[in-house]
Design a protein around this ligand. Sequence first.
Ligand code: ZN
Length: 401
Amino acid sequence: MTIHLTHANTYDGGVRGRWRDATVVVDGTQITGIFEPGAAPAPAAGDTVIDLTGKTLMPGLFNCHAHLGWDGYGDLQEQSEEAAQHPVRAGLRCAYDLRGCLEAGVTTIRDLGVHHTGLASRNMVRRGIIAGPRVIPSAAAIACTGGHTWWAVRQADGPVDCRRAVREQMRAGAEWIKVMASGHEPQEFTDEEIQAMAHEAHLHGLPITAHATYDPSARACVLAGFDSLEHGGNYAPDVEDLIVERGVWITPTFSPLTMQARHGIDWGMKPADVERRRKTLENPVRLLGVARLRKKGAKLAFGTDSGSPVVPHNDIVSEMEALLEFGVFEKVEQILEVATKRSAEMLRVLDTTGTIEAGKRADLAIAHGDPLTNLQDLRRIDKVFVGGKLVVDAGAVRRGM
Ligand SMILES: [Zn+2]
């Protein structure tokens, strides 16, 4: 089936940038072309024409840091135990949240693990059992015994066990490896353990990323060849330089801090915890560190840490607001490029998606208004296509999807 998306105010993901009144033609699963006014082929009999006057067409968005096993509302440890012991309940939560991702315009997510919920979600979406974005899962994250979020991960100790933990995720179908390299301590694995995991992951062609928000763990991971780091940090100059030199990707995630500080009380968080977040936000060194990294030329991808407390999977815009507020980016267009083309590049899928170009998969999001001049319009998603299939219409996942 051929679909002509006409009169589209279009942002193509940073290939050329903005197009006024463009026509994008989709044939089956793929984009066949993007055309200037008057240059588009005429629709043939039987083609579908969708007039996008007053709307903005973009590549489907990416969320490169999601935890489908958590939903943003519940207690993380309880939900992690549920994922291990009551997989039906956890699975139903995932199915609900995958729909929320689509309705926010997200067509690809990287899941960074709560047991195997991301993996199961990937498989169910791929088989067409449930509606959702493409899920690129890490399977279970790996932490040392008693390390960061130990109740949600595969715990491993010593280089041999760390290698085995990576192999287990590979065997289960992981497409990334996620390591908790810091947490309560600035470095929770030894250098040898970190090197063993990086070596083992790369042996199987899997990229590897780490929660490493302090200098010792970030330094160790970058030197071991990690492909990306999560959250960013207030790193020392030598660590920042290493990140830039080695081309390590950073996925900043400001939402847990900003959302908990601003909305934690309404969401039932303990006042003392909210107060602590508010204090941190008065001097947000990690957030300012990310702005510094970008100015030095670090490669940034887009993620929200959705599933963490007060970060629901269907809220993409709050993270974008924070990236503007804390000076990482000046313009929405820069953020949209990071949330499409650049994230696709980090996830190694840019050859098939992430931009609006002939030959790419038709993963598309359409918002009312113009999010590039008014970011809030991105909260008003009208339609979403995944692989040429209309999965969201009039703001909601279609029946039977
Ligand atoms: Zn996370």
